[in-house]
Design a protein around this ligand. Structure first.
Ligand code: DGL
Length: 270
């Protein structure tokens, strides 16, 4: 197969990365995609850095065997803890979600007071404050991180609106609101599904940053710079690989991707 016609590998700890895949398919409609969801080992957000690095490397090895031309780490936790290691280990372009999201947040923020919500592991890693400060250079900014671990199971249960979601989000976000942020980064791939509820609760002037679109634009750039963009092609359904119950993935995944999911393969060993 010609170098440019090879697929792009996208992976996440489970379903969340499908919000990134959705934007990738919008921006790059002719590209082929292979999506890997590690549904048997989700969540990554409460695991140690070593474990997240090991799981991530196993998945990228699998995708490389599938002959992908580049990899998108569509998981904030894995981007936070494993991206550096993956880039060292594998000689293909690898794009995470943190830098594109941080760059977009800086462009949107006027006051320089930026909030970030994510999993325990992402927040603990300090990757967002580090990346934001590096990108901001001399511009003074303040970053306020908050782990919001209940939001992933909430989304996985399909509770993205209504009194329970409102209560939990209000409880979490009250603290950040008091910090007078003008931008809130949704630093977890599940959170875009809660965007409408978060929007209703937060001050209307706070901009919500969902990095998926920024990631898709960055991937487009990487393909162009590396001469890897597909030349001819038509929109094909992605191929899906999961490590647990493909039926549950198919049903829930359709909500994340907002299109029909077929062709799901169950992988028992990595
Ligand atoms: N995909 C993960 C992330 O974006 C959330 C789910 C998990 O904890 O594995 O951080």
């Amino acid at each position: 197969m010609r170098k440019n016609n090879r697929p792009i590998g996208v992976f996440d700890s489970g379903l969340g990365g499908l919000t990134v895949l959705r934007q990738l398919r919008r921006i790059l409609p002719r590209e082929r995609f292979i999506y890997f969801g590690d549904t048997a080992r989700v969540p990554y957000g409460s695991k140690s850095p070593e474990t997240v690095r090991r799981y991530s490397a196993e998945i990228v090895r699998f995708l490389v065997k599938k002959n992908v031309k580049m990899v998108v780490v569509a998981c904030n936790t894995s981007s936070a803890l494993a991206l550096k290691d993956l880039k060292k280990k594998f000689p293909i372009p690898i794009c995470g979600v943190v830098e594109p999201g941080a760059a977009l947040a800086l462009r949107k923020s006027i006051s320089g007071r930026i909030g970030i919500i994510g999993t325990e592991a992402t927040i603990k890693s300090q990757i967002y404050p580090i990346t934001l400060k590096a990108l901001a250079g001399d511009r003074p900014i303040e970053v306020f991180g908050l782990a919001t671990p209940l939001l992933v199971p909430l989304v996985e249960e399909g509770i993205t609106a209504g009194p329970i979601a409102n209560l939990i989000i209000k409880n979490y976000l009250g603290h950040l609101w008091r910090m007078e942020i003008d931008v809130l980064i949704l630093g977890c791939t599940h959170y875009p599904l809660l965007k409408n509820t978060i929007r209703k609760i937060l001050d209307k002037n706070i901009v919500l940053v969902d990095s998926a679109l920024a990631v898709a634009e960055k991937v487009k750039d990487i393909l162009a710079k590396n001469n890897l963009a597909i030349e001819h092609g038509r929109k094909l359904s992605p191929e899906f690989y999961v490590t647990d119950s493909s039926e549950k993935f198919r049903q829930l995944g359709q909500r994340f991707l907002r299109e029909k999911i077929s062709d799901v393969h169950l992988i028992k060993f990595l």
